[in-house]
Design a protein around this ligand. Structure first.
Ligand code: HEM
Length: 362
């Protein structure tokens, strides 16, 4: 199969009886991260359409160009290391683009029901990108720790920790300072990132996150539900817990233990149904959504087979998939870090493994 870009240019050439390089177009590149707008008149072809000249010329191996220490040789694997990180940043850009488009749908429509299909497609796409990114980390396993050590000094103090796009993804999804420990968002906006980058991050912190959009949507669904879910649910769960207790006793479990377990289950259940007790969990950062939104999610999870809840359930499932995938990426990255540098501190200034392990709670 021939290249589609080549084909369209050949058609143009045939129609205009001219050379590919002589077809002028106005190319507009908009960088959603920096908001730079560059208007360049260039002939349209594969290279100009994809901006390959600037993309491919942005690779600079420090161990190859910095020859101040002539006793060391240029390190072969640094090229590979940079390509991998650059590919990551391109995919991060796509994730941000998709998250923004979903947030826009929620932000500009009172009734998102007609857009559920688009939202599902995009969430599904983000999930597929995370799967690629998890796999992509494996590529770096082909670099030996000794080889990495050979150019690690050259790249210090640069670190993935300073990836602006990664922070923007976290913020746009809904990560707040409450969930962070040592590194709160003001560390990034005031200490790590400066000027334009800091403003960029500040803007994403000020925007309504995807989590908050989902929360509002769920609250609306709950308000529109005509039956008293709490009442129905409370009755069903209470009898389920009692039934479970009886079954345990019949199966030979000590009555006292069965009683303790049933009380524990009732307490946990009460914390969900009782709005005051639930609020304590929110204040302790053990729950992220409002009581009403959580009840709506619970209701949807129970009645997901009802036609009115099927699509909403699908969206909630995709959100949970994405959450799992992002955490899996963090896991995979930690394993890579242990393999490459063990428990040494990171080039970005954290204590490395211990810090990264704490981020799994995000
Ligand atoms: C040899 C491979 C790698 C090593 C040894 C490594 C090491 C580390 C360490 C130690 C940290 C903690 C921060 C610090 O530097 O003090 C970190 C954070 C991070 N790294 Fe890597 N990394 C590697 C590859 C990658 C790749 C391929 C990416 C892809 C973009 C990446 C993205 C990140 C991100 C986003 C963080 C911040 C995590 C957070 O704060 O939640 N790293 N890395």
């Amino acid at each position: 199969m021939s290249c589609p870009y080549l084909q369209s240019n050949l058609d143009n050439m045939k129609n205009n009886n001219s050379n590919v390089d002589e077809i002028p177009i106005l190319t507009t590149t908009t960088n959603s991260i920096t908001n730079d707008h560059a208007h360049v008149t260039e002939p349209l072809n594969y290279t100009t359409y994809l901006g390959l000249n600037s993309l491919l010329s942005s690779l600079r191996c420090l161990s190859h160009v910095d020859r101040s220490n002539e006793s060391s040789l240029p390190v072969h694997d640094e090229h590979f290391f940079i390509i991998i990180h650059q590919a990551f940043e391109l995919w991060f850009k796509e994730i941000i683009y998709e998250i923004d488009s979903i947030r826009d749908i929620f932000g500009s429509n009172d009734d998102v029901a007609t857009f559920v299909f688009d939202i599902s497609l995009r969430l599904n796409r983000i999930g597929k990108v995370w799967k690629i990114l998890i796999d992509q980390l494996q590529l770096l396993e082909s670099m030996t720790p000794m080889e990495f050590l050979e150019f690690r000094d050259f790249i210090t103090p640069a670190s993935g920790f300073q990836s602006l796009q990664f922070r923007i993804i976290e913020m746009k999804l809904g990560l707040t300072d409450k969930s962070r420990d040592a590194y709160k968002s003001n560390f990034f906006t005031e200490t790590m990132f400066k000027g334009k980058q800091s403003n960029e991050l500040q803007t994403s912190i000020g925007e309504v996150s995807l989590l908050r959009h989902i929360e509002r949507w769920l609250e609306k669904i709950y308000d529109e539900t005509s039956f008293n879910f709490c009442e129905v649910y409370e009755e069903a769960v209470e009898s389920m817990i009692d039934h479970d207790k009886q079954e345990k006793i019949q199966n030979g479990i000590d009555e006292q233990i069965a009683e303790i377990e049933a009380d524990k289950a009732k307490l946990q259940f009460d914390e969900m149904i009782n709005s005051i007790k639930y609020q304590v969990l929110v204040n302790n950062n053990q729950r992220r959504m409002s009581h009403k939104a959580m009840l709506a999610a619970l209701m949807i999870a129970h009645y997901y087979q009802q036609p009115c809840f099927q699509q909403v359930y699908q969206i909630i499932s995709l959100l949970m998939d994405n959450d799992t995938l992002m955490t899996s990426w963090r896991h995979r990255h930690i394993l890579l870090v242990l393999r490459q540098i063990g428990r040494k501190p990171g080039t970005g200034g954290t204590d490395g493994f211990t810090y990264l392990q704490a981020t799994l709670n995000f």
